[in-house]
Design a protein around this ligand. Structure first.
Ligand code: DAH
Length: 340
C-alpha cells in the first residue's frame, strides 16, 4: 500500500509536468485527490489493515496528499501566469496607433441664426411656442383678420392641402393657437418653417423660416414694441445699431410697421449690403388687432399686445453675406462647413 502511495505521488509529478492549462491541472487534481480519485481509493482499502499498519499508512497518505496539494498549487500559479500573459498578448493595445477620425457635424447657418434670435428673446423672458407646419385655413388667415378676399389666400401664393387645410404661409398662426390656450400675460416667440408657392431664385424659396413674436398684457403700448425690438436689434447686430419704424400694413396688426436697422456693414453710410441707403429692413410688427385678440376670447378693453415676425433666411444672408438663398438648402458641405 505504501508502494502504491509512492506511485501515486510519482504519477502526479509526471502528469503535472506535462500540464499546460488551468483545465488540465484541475483534471489531475480530480483524478488524484477527488472523491473518486486514486488516493481516496487507497484510503478506502485501509479498513483491512492492522491498527499498526493503518497508522503508518494513514500518516504516509496524509503526507502524500499534502505534497500533491502543494504541487498542484504551484502548478496552478504557473499556468495562470502563462494564461494571463497569453491573454495580454491577445488584447494588446497599441497606444501609439493613430485614432479613428471622428467627424463632428456643424450647425446649419439657419439653425445658428434661429438659435441666436431665440436666445436674445428668451433672455428677455420670452418662452418658445410651437405650431404645426400643416395648418388650418382658419388659423393661417381668418383668425388673423385676413378675410376671404385677402390676396395671400390665392392658390398661386399658398399650398393648399384641401379647402380647409394648408401649409402655413407664416408663423403667425402660432399667435392664434397661443391666444386660444393661454391667458395673458403672454410673451412668446415661435421659430418655424413656412411655405409659399414661390419659384426658387436668389431671394425666394418655397420653404423658408420665420420667427414670430407675441406679447399680450395690460397696458402694452407701441413703446413696449419699439423698446423690445430696438433692444433685440442691438443684441443681434451690435450695440451701435439704430432702428427705424416705417408705417406698413398687415391685416392682424393696427397700427403696423416695418423695422429697419442701420446697416451693420457700413454703419449707415451706404454700401453694397444696404444698397446705398444705410438701412436694412428686418421685420414686420405692430399692435395686435382687436379682432385677433377676440378670437382668443381676450377682453380687448383690458388687454393690448404687440406682435412681430421676421424671416430667418434674410437675417442669416445679411449677417453672413450669403447672396443666394438656395445655398441654404443644397447641403453642400463646402458651404455649411464655413460656419464652423
Ligand atoms: N406674418 C408676416 C409675414 O409673413 C410677418 C409679420 C408681420 C408677423 C407683422 C407679425 C407682425 O407678427 O406683427 O409677412
Amino acid at each position: 500500500m505504501q508502494a502504491q502511495l509512492n506511485k501515486i505521488l510519482d504519477q502526479a509529478k509526471d502528469k503535472l509536468q506535462e500540464a499546460a492549462t488551468v483545465a488540465q491541472v484541475d483534471e489531475i487534481r480530480v483524478k488524484m485527490l477527488g472523491k473518486k480519485g486514486r488516493l481516496t481509493e487507497i484510503l478506502r482499502g485501509m479498513g483491512k489493515l492492522s491498527p499498526e499498519e493503518r497508522k503508518t499508512t494513514g500518516q504516509m497518505a496524509n503526507t502524500v496528499r499534502g505534497e500533491i496539494e502543494e504541487l498542484l498549487e504551484k502548478k496552478f500559479r504557473e499556468v495562470k501566469v502563462v494564461a494571463k500573459e497569453a491573454q495580454f498578448k491577445l488584447e494588446r493595445i497599441d497606444v501609439t496607433e493613430p485614432g479613428k477620425e471622428v467627424n463632428i457635424g456643424v450647425r446649419h447657418p439657419l439653425t445658428i441664426t434661429m438659435d441666436e434670435i431665440s436666445k436674445v428673446f428668451t433672455n428677455m423672458g420670452f418662452s418658445i411656442a410651437e405650431g404645426p407646419e400643416v395648418e388650418t385655413v382658419f388659423n393661417n388667415f381668418d383668425a388673423l383678420n385676413a378675410g376671404p378676399n385677402h390676396p395671400a389666400r390665392d392658390m398661386t401664393d399658398t399650398f393648399y392641402i384641401n379647402e380647409d387645410i394648408l401649409l402655413r404661409t407664416q408663423t403667425s398662426p402660432v399667435q392664434v393657437r397661443t391666444l386660444l390656450k393661454q391667458k395673458p400675460p403672454i410673451k412668446i416667440i415661435s421659430p418655424g418653417r413656412c411655405f409659399r408657392c414661390d419659384t426658387p431664385d436668389a431671394t425666394h424659396s418655397p420653404m423658408f423660416h420665420q420667427v414670430e413674436g407675441l406679447v399680450v398684457d395690460e397696458g402694452i403700448t407701441m413703446a413696449d414694441l419699439k423698446g423690445t425690438l430696438d433692444r433685440f436689434a442691438k443684441q443681434l447686430f451690435g450695440t451701435e445699431t439704430r432702428t427705424k419704424f416705417r408705417p406698413h400694413h398687415f391685416p392682424f396688426t393696427e397700427p403696423s410697421a416695418e423695422m429697419d436697422v442701420s446697416c451693420f456693414k457700413c454703419g449707415g453710410k451706404g454700401c453694397r449690403v444696404c444698397k446705398g441707403s444705410g438701412w436694412i429692413e428686418i421685420l414686420g410688427c405692430g399692435m395686435v388687432h382687436p379682432n385677433v385678440l377676440k378670437v382668443g376670447g381676450i377682453d380687448t378693453e383690458r388687454y393690448t399686445g404687440f406682435a412681430f415676425g421676421m424671416g430667418v433666411e434674410r437675417v442669416s444672408m445679411l449677417k453672413y453675406g450669403v447672396d443666394d438663398i438656395r445655398l441654404f438648402y443644397e447641403n453642400d458641405m463646402r458651404f455649411i462647413n464655413q460656419f464652423k
